[in-house]
Design a protein around this ligand. Sequence first.
Ligand SMILES: [Zn+2]
Length: 72
Amino acid sequence: MPFYDLRCSNCGEEFNVRASMSDREEKRIRCPKCGDNRLEAIFSNVNIIRSREKSDMPSCPNAHICGKYCNH
Ligand SMILES: [Zn+2]
């Protein structure tokens, strides 16, 4: 399940929640502070996760042969 960084439209509380796509689409996620379900997504952490995944990719195109240790 993906993590979402959300901000409450009612009270401004920012929180991180792990929920399924349908939980979010059906507005089953609620603010832990006031219980409101009008939440905006904050996308900053999504970009951090994506760049981490990219840096973990083997840089050598022959990594499956050389075992990633060739420093190419
Ligand atoms: Zn709230």
